[in-house]
Design a protein around this ligand. Structure first.
Ligand SMILES: NC(=O)c1ccc[n+]([C@@H]2O[C@H](COP(=O)([O-])OP(=O)(O)OC[C@H]3O[C@@H](n4cnc5c(N)ncnc54)[C@H](OP(=O)(O)O)[C@@H]3O)[C@@H](O)[C@H]2O)c1
Length: 186
């Protein structure tokens, strides 16, 4: 199994503002055209994803914004202590299962189910726990050319262990943003 934390952040490592806005993403600007017409690689990435892990706050943000759960076709593990949250998503074609507690056990369950490429969809709290459990295999992050000062971090958590990653990709994107990709070095 290979777990990818794929997201975007500000220059100071925030994945949203303190009031949960993603407006900072507008500073990234239009992506440079590529032969496959997918400057962010997101569609290509999503096409490879077999399962998703998402935290309750990220899901709530999507639901409150009227976006619904856009990935109902992919088996999804929702981390939440709120037993009612999954039901608010509505019908999905693939299972949406809620789990709470040990994130390591959740990844074990996904591995046992046979999913190979797993997208850690957010947020920073879940990413921090996954890092602590040494379940982050790759970090793909677009760094927007702006600063937020506060808000959820790329990895949230106190006393996270030192984990070393190897830089595999570093390029400009959308003019003034950067795309960074690290792979866990074990
Ligand atoms: N820049 C981007 O592309 C991007 C990507 C993803 C998210 N975001 C933003 O990031 C923000 C949310 O991130 P976040 O780090 O604050 O929150 P998060 O990780 O999405 O969710 C945290 C919540 O998930 C639940 N949870 C986490 N671990 C759990 C566990 N082990 N067991 C049970 N429940 C667990 C808890 O909610 P309960 O209270 O329900 O238990 C916890 O408060 C949103 O504003 C979202 O828009 C941005």
């Amino acid at each position: 199994m290979h777990v990818v934390w794929y997201t975007a952040m500000s220059m100071d490592g925030r994945i949203a503002s303190a009031d949960s806005s993603l407006d900072f993403l507008s500073t990234i600007g239009p992506g440079q055209p590529t032969p496959d017409g997918d400057p962010w690689d997101f569609d290509a990435f999503l096409a490879r994803v077999e399962a998703i892990v998402v935290g309750a706050s990220t899901l709530r943000w999507l639901l409150q914004g009227g976006h619904g759960w856009p990935h109902g076709n992919l088996p999804t593990w929702l981390l939440s202590r709120d037993a009612a949250l999954a039901a608010t998503v509505g019908a999905t074609t693939a299972p949406l299962v809620r789990r709470e507690g040990d994130v390591g056990a959740v990844f074990e369950e996904i591995d046992t189910a046979g999913h190979v490429i797993v997208w850690l969809c957010g947020g920073g709290g879940v990413a921090g726990q996954a890092l602590a459990a040494d379940r982050i295999d790759e970090v793909v992050v677009t760094v927007a050319p702006t600063v937020l000062g506060a808000g959820p971090a790329l990895f949230d958590g106190v006393g996270l262990p030192l984990r070393r990653f190897r830089l595999e990709e570093c390029r400009t994107l959308g003019g003034d943003a950067a795309r960074l990709r690290w792979v866990r070095q074990r």
